[in-house]
Design a protein around this ligand. Sequence first.
Ligand SMILES: [Cu+2]
Length: 468
Amino acid sequence: MNPIPSRRNFFAGALASVAGVAVARSALAGLPEPVIQTSTDTAPPLLPGTGRPYNPVVTLNGWTLPWRMNNGVKEFHLVAEPVVREVAPGFKVNMWGYNGQSPGPTIEVVEGDRVRIFVSNKLPEHTTIHWHGQRLPNGMDGVGGLTQRAIPVGKTFVYEFEARRPGTFMYHPHADEMVQMAMGMFGFWVTHPRNRHPHISEVERDFCFLLNAFDVEPGSRTPKVNTMTDFNIWCWNSRAFPGIDSLNVRLGDKVRIRVGNLTMTNHPIHLHGHEFTVTGTDGGPTPPASRWPEVTTDVAVGQMRQVEFVADEPGDWAFHCHKSHHTMGPMGHAVPTMVGVDHRGLLGKLQQAAPDYMLMGERGMADMGEMEMPLPDNTSPMMTGAGPFGSLEMGGMFSVLKVRQEQKPGDYSDPGWFRHPEGSMAREYSGQMAEPVRHQSGDGQAAPSGREAAAPLQVRKPGSHAGH
Ligand SMILES: [Cu+2]
């Protein structure tokens, strides 16, 4: 019956299961006590203490909601409420979420489980929860006005259904959706297979996180809820680099990462140093014959992609969205391009007219990663992150897959930076330099930069960063 007995031992010693704590029979008549999370750390996997066994997931900078068993039904209690989420060190945002955090806790159940979810509304307006991707009775689908009356302020509704198919799902409001999702209301749902499934592999590490985005003016604390596409805080689980934990695995581990997209644009998620296959969507596990190797998978809006690989290359491997504006912290993207513009002699005059005028980008923007520019209170730098060799010049949707021989099975702690074997790193060349041979065409197009006289400098000024 138990498809994964050996794997479960990996997590021995992890967080003692809060799930299924013995509850007095009389207490079962009432509402399950809501569990509130105060930490933004990645919680260790929550071992199932009751119900069918399964191999739990690890939610990046998140946690799994404990449940209680009531006459064979798994009971959860979600509380929709305003929360303050620390998005990155020193940067806190007023969000709406569930049980103390945004995103809400991950819900983990097993195929065939009967699930009862109490949803208490402590928001200033009505809400619902839609269970994205699930097979369920129509009246449990959570679409305000269509399948139910929205949950009024201060009330608790109950959703109940059987988790019919294994897979990776999401939950979010289907009431004033634009505002409530712009404020951070969503969560992950994993239905583990009941038995060994021909298209679902057993893995040593199983991570999940949601892609989400906010528009927060630097120095302010509340997302602008009417923004359509022009977001500036690009998050994994409502955290932005350097606030996103690394994914720490043992060399040789089979790793699964489940990524759901609840932003308003697509995100090509890219892993360095390994090839992966997409093994599932929110439609379920993909047949093995339909899979091919990739190093980037595009996760479109409202989609989930589940990727798998064997972590067989030791090191610190970048793992990020491939849209370069999504691996940056907040800044005005409307500033003109200054690369190649000579400001000498101009700065003083400009500062007489505009004392705050700052010269930036003349040699590219790499300086931004290290310069200690005064920032307004409560924001995050555009490019930051101290690595072992300097600034990473990143922000937003960026993390690191750390593959280590020494990582213990079931240990998710950060092993620190990779120690590169002697002779295995890019290094400065100090030998003789030959004069490069350049192709000379008649119109001087291939002339080395600085020697061409006639070519006019083309400076394109982007109007906004809409559409990224
Ligand atoms: Cu992206």
